[in-house]
Ligand binder design. Structure first.
Ligand code: B12
Length: 283
């Protein structure tokens, strides 16, 4: 009977490469593997997929590296070093910092969430993956820093009860990369403290409220109303995140604007900064 699982040595032999080369494939997220009792194990099916992926694409073109899938495999395995290896490899291959956040880390986390919801992954795996994702952005975050004058101050946070703070941390760095000074007050922020933080922020241009859980939409509505009452009318109030469907929904919640992604939000803020009114948004 053919074994469904191989040691890394066996996998290296079947691939015709040195053990260390096979290990590097694992570390780069190219070859999925799990550590069991101190040794790496590779599923035979994953080895076959790796082999066919390594073959030249039909028509002679180069295959696009599936970085997000590789990162996901390292996050699910709890392999922080390997996850960083994937990020480094993607950067070396020419990926920009915003692409690492939006096209690697975000889809990897979204897929992990889908797999958790389908009962395929334990919640402990999801928590561990989130911890590693935070460590990745902890290393990458300083690279977004821009020299010189900032374009203005943006406050980001989530209403009380909303524990999804990773989307805010990602959004914060992406806006910093566009030259904004960002204050990230994280998730699950009591309403009074959120409003006070905004009021104490000099030169505040915009507040972004992030809502991922549907159950926190009411808290977001109360927060936006309190921010509207407590802040100067020139401060732009935006809402976003998985639980907010579109611009109309954002208006119902009491915000001035909405953006589906961090890229769109950065674009909106830039247009406001330049004095132009973003399409479909109030001045
Ligand atoms: C990690 C995670 C957690 C962690 C969060 C840890 C942390 N500190 O962040 C923990 C374990 C705490 C958690 C808890 C729960 N989670 Co959870 N979680 C996730 C997971 C896997 C990843 C979240 C993430 O970081 N995504 C990556 C970010 C980048 O994606 P994003 O949300 O699209 O963000 C972008 C845009 O939305 C936008 N954006 C975000 N905010 C804002 C704000 C503004 C102003 C603007 C303009 C734009 C903007 O910019 C971002 C970058 O482009 C998701 C899966 C998923 N699909 O996201 C589930 C997920 C969000 N969780 C879910 C659920 C159900 C829960 C729990 C209810 C589970 C439970 N029974 O306890 C609790 C709820 C806790 C609470 N009250 O908040 C569901 C949500 C379903 C729903 N919409 O209601 C998801 C979708 C999983 C699933 N597929 O079912 N979770």
């Amino acid at each position: 009977m053919i074994a469904a699982t191989l040691t890394l040595n066996e996998a290296a032999e079947l691939l015709g490469v040195h053990y260390m080369t096979a290990y590097r494939y694992v570390r780069l997220g190219l070859l999925p593997a799990n550590k069991v009792g101190g040794t790496w194990q590779v599923a035979r099916a994953d080895l076959e997929t790796f082999r066919s992926d390594a073959a030249p694409a039909a028509g002679g073109g180069r295959r696009r590296a599936p970085w997000a899938t590789r990162l996901e495999s390292r996050l699910v395995a709890g392999d922080a070093r390997g996850a960083w290896g994937v990020v480094e490899a993607a950067l070396a291959a020419g990926a920009e910092l915003d692409e690492i956040y939006l096209d690697l880390i975000s889809p990897a986390m979204q897929s992990i969430g889908t797999r958790w919801a389908a009962g395929e992954l334990e919640v402990s795996i999801e928590h561990r993956a989130t911890g590693i994702a935070f460590r990745l952005i902890g290393r990458l975050g300083p690279r977004f820093a821009r020299r010189g004058r900032t374009r203005g101050v943006v406050l980001l946070g989530s209403p009380e009860g909303e524990r999804h703070s990773l989307p805010i941390a990602l959004l914060a760095d992406l806006l910093r990369g566009e030259g904004w000074e960002v204050s990230d007050i994280g998730g699950d922020m009591p309403l009074d403290s959120f409003v006070k933080a905004a009021q104490q922020m000099p030169d505040l241009v915009a507040v972004g409220v992030s809502v991922t859980s549907m159950s926190c939409l009411d808290a977001a509505t109360s927060l936006l109303a309190a921010l509207r009452d407590g802040l100067d009318a020139t401060v732009y109030l935006a809402v976003g995140g998985l639980a907010v469907h579109d611009f109309d929904h954002a208006r119902v919640l009491g915000a001035d604007g909405w953006a589906r992604s961090a890229r769109d939000f950065a674009e909106q803020l830039s247009q406001r900064g330049s004095g132009a009114t973003p399409a479909g948004l109030p001045a």
